[in-house]
Design a protein around this ligand. Structure first.
Ligand SMILES: [Zn+2]
Ligand SMILES: [Zn+2]
Length: 403
């Protein structure tokens, strides 16, 4: 009876989607998660809740991984491709400032990045896939913790999911994900082939000078003047040495030196971040910054120690799969638009390093203007759950029907 009704929904017109039938379930999951947000690598109750919901609706192959993550494998029993869908499940250390009736019950923790929407939508999509008799092949649903980054000294997130076998047995042919965006209209999909979110590097710089009286700078080596020269000249790496058509951001976030107005200090300590989209550019920029630092410190007779670490690679959308995905979404009636990349990082990147991936943005703004992710007032339209589930289920129907 239910199946017949769902088939009726599916065939009754281009604007109806099988996944819409699970909207109430999606809302329930989303609201529960929104009220009980948990920080990265601490999503224990989130994981337990999702696991019991997934078992309740009949999924049996559910594996715990990456501390608080889940992988659900659903086999249709018919030969076909292996498609993976991923949602992130962690919240942020943000104090919620919305008036939602289901606002966070946890002080100082909020689903301010919309991961509750991603997870609710993936739950709905999993239900739709399981109840769609046309599908063949295998579907892998990844509920990934710690996207915002594990606490210092801990492993977690996408790299740990992969290390623990999220992409093995079965190995997906392609992986899909999305992020809600408050600057796009509700339901609109923003796409971009190639780099869509940046590689994030973090660097530390220590400039070693020679302490002296502030009245006798010639007796010392001034690390403040040296480091100030580095900060100014560093921007020429972006403006003069890097191709203007290839986005690069270089920002200093810390500059610490000195204890007293009339002492030239011994050292200055700085840190900052580099954001790049292109893989090769990502390797080149830290080297160019090192050259600037070497040149300026040599000119002042100072010494330095420079360290750069890559926090997250860039998220690369596979070009061929991007074209196929956009065509499928358009055919399903989605509004789509090509968008500029976002220079924040997203650890979906680790999946796209290993297998072809498609990561798009989903508009969630149903007003004239909306707050965006990480704001304490971020309030994605709840209906975005519907669009998120449609997105995944559209991919399932377009690519999960064998050949
Ligand atoms: Zn975030
Ligand atoms: Zn996020």
């Amino acid at each position: 009876m239910l199946t017949g009704f769902l088939l009726f929904l599916w065939f009754s017109g281009p604007s109806t989607f099988l996944s819409d039938a699970y909207y109430d379930e999606m809302v329930a999951v989303r609201r529960h998660l929104h009220q009980h947000p948990e920080l990265s690598n601490r999503e224990v109750k989130t994981r337990d809740y999702l696991e019991s919901k997934l078992r309740e609706v009949g999924f049996t192959r559910i594996e715990r991984m990456a501390k608080t993550g889940l992988r659900v494998v659903y086999e249709t029993g018919k030969p076909g491709p292996v498609l993976a869908f991923r949602a992130d499940i962690d919240a942020l250390p943000v104090t919620e400032a919305t008036d939602l009736p289901f606002k966070s019950k946890v002080d100082g923790v909020m689903h301010a990045c919309g991961h509750d929407i991603h997870t609710g939508a993936l739950f709905g999509a999993a239900l739709a896939v399981k109840n769609d008799p046309d599908l063949t092949g295998t579907f892998v649903f990844l509920f990934q913790p710690a996207e915002e980054g594990p606490p210092p000294g801990e492993e977690g997130g996408a790299p740990l999911m992969i290390a623990e076998g999220a992409l093995d047995n079965p190995r997906p042919d392609v992986i899909f994900g999305f992020h809600t965006m408050g600057n796009l209209p509700l339901g609109q999909v923003g796409y971009r082939a190639g780099g869509i979110m940046a590689r994030a590097d973090r660097f530390y710089l220590k400039v070693e000078g020679k302490q002296a009286h502030g009245a006798a700078p010639h007796e010392g080596i001034d690390p403040i003047v040296t480091a100030a020269g580095i900060v100014s000249l560093a921007q020429t790496v972006v403006s003069r040495r890097s191709d203007a058509r290839d986005p690069v951001v270089l920002s200093f976030g810390e500059f610490n030196a000195g204890q007293r107005f009339n002492i030239i200090p011994q050292t200055a300590s700085l840190s900052g971040t580099i954001r790049t989209l292109d893989v090769e550019t990502g390797d080149k920029i830290p080297q160019m910054l090192d050259q600037v630092i070497a040149g300026v410190t040599a000119a002042h007779g100072a010494k330095y120690h420079f360290e750069n670490e890559t926090m997250c690679p860039s998220t690369q959308n596979d070009t061929a799969w991007t074209e196929r995905a956009v065509a499928a979404l358009k055919q399903a009636g989605f509004a789509t638009q090509s968008v500029a990349p976002v220079m924040a990082a997203e650890d979906f990147a680790y999946f796209t390093e290993r297998i072809p991936g498609v990561y798009f943005f989903l508009g969630v703004c149903d007003q004239d203007a909306c707050e965006n992710i990480h704001s304490p007032r971020y309030q994605p339209a709840e209906e975005s759950l519907k669009y998120g589930a449609r997105l995944f289920h559209t991919y399932a129907r377009a690519f999960g029907k064998g050949s």
